[in-house]
Design a protein around this ligand. Structure first.
Ligand code: 6GU
Length: 242
C-alpha cells in the first residue's frame, strides 16, 4: 500500500512513522509513505501558500495553485490503476469515516492520496476542481488534516495482512462486528481490590465465549447505544481490543 500525503507540515508525521506498528510496516515494505509539500510548488519570492480571503474576514486561505501543482505531481506517479486508488481531501466538512471505510481501503486499494487542509480554510476551487472525496474523522475541528491523515494511515495499515502479529486481532476488535470490545484482564488476579471475573479462570471456553459476547453487548449498550441501532446484522458478535 502506498500513501502519498500532500501536506505543508511533513515533519508532523515523523514520530508516528518511527514507532511501533507503523515503523514495522514500513520496514517490512507493507506500506510506503511519501510526502509532497505544496510549498515546493510556489513561484513567488516568499513561497506563499495562503492569502487573504476575497470579501474580507479574518484568517488566511490556502491558495489553489500550489495545491493543484502538488496534486498534479502526485498524480504523475500513477502508483495504481484508478479502481485501486482513493484520493481523499481531509476536511471537517467531509463525510465521517467509519471502520468499514478503512477496511474497504485495506482490502480494495493499493494507493491512497491524502490531501491535508490547514489554516482557517482553503480556496473552494480545491474542493470542486480536484475531484477528491471529502472525508472527516469526527465531529470536532482540528487545526489541519495532518492528524486525520495519520489516523487513516494508522487505521488502514493495521488491517493489512501480516501487519498485526495475531491474524485474529483485527477481526474480533471493537466495531468489527458492530460492537465494542469485551473486557480483557491480565495478571495479577486481584489488583487494588478488583478481581478478574471467575469465568475467565474456569478454563471453560464455551462459558468464556458466552460471557464475552454478553459483556460486549453490555458495554456497547452502556457506552455506545447508537451502535446497536445501526449494527450490521450477519456479522459476528465477538469483539476484541479497544
Ligand atoms: Cl479531516 N480536518 C480537520 N481540520 N478537522 C477535522 C477533521 C479533518 N476531521 C475531524 N476534524
Amino acid at each position: 500500500m502506498i500513501f502519498d500525503i500532500v501536506t505543508l507540515f511533513p515533519g508532523m508525521f515523523e514520530g508516528i512513522l518511527r514507532e511501533s506498528i507503523l515503523a514495522r510496516a514500513i520496514q517490512a515494505n507493507r506500506i510506503t509513505v511519501r510526502f509532497t509539500n505544496p510549498r515546493d510548488f510556489t513561484s513567488d519570492r516568499h513561497r506563499s501558500v495562503d492569502d487573504k480571503p476575497y470579501g474580507g474576514g479574518p484568517g488566511m486561505v490556502l491558495l489553489p495553485e500550489p495545491i493543484f501543482l502538488a496534486v498534479d505531481h502526485v498524480n504523475s506517479f500513477a502508483a495504481a490503476p484508478p479502481e485501486r486508488t482513493r484520493r481523499l481531501l481531509l476536511t471537517p466538512q467531509g463525510r465521517r469515516l467509519r471502520q468499514v471505510d478503512l477496511a474497504d481501503m485495506a482490502a480494495g486499494v493499493d494507493w491512497v492520496v491524502l490531501l491535508c487542509g490547514h489554516y482557517e480554510g482553503f480556496d473552494e476551487r480545491i474542493r470542486i476542481g480536484l475531484g477528491f472525496e471529502q472525508v472527516s474523522i469526527g465531529d470536532y475541528v482540528l487545526t489541519g488534516g495532518e492528524i486525520p491523515a495519520m489516523a487513516i494511515v494508522d487505521g488502514v495499515t493495521r488491517l493489512l495482512p501480516g501487519v498485526l502479529g495475531n491474524a485474529e486481532s483485527a477481526e474480533h476488535e471493537s466495531f468489527a462486528g458492530g460492537l465494542l470490545e469485551f473486557p480483557q484482564y491480565t495478571r495479577p488476579q486481584t489488583f487494588r481490590g478488583m478481581s478478574v471475573p471467575e469465568v475467565l479462570l474456569s478454563g471453560n471456553h464455551e462459558a468464556i465465549a458466552s460471557w464475552r459476547r454478553q459483556e460486549a453487548l453490555k458495554k456497547t449498550r452502556e457506552q455506545r447505544a447508537d451502535l446497536l441501532k445501526t449494527r450490521n446484522n450477519g456479522s459476528q458478535e465477538g469483539a476484541a481490543e479497544s
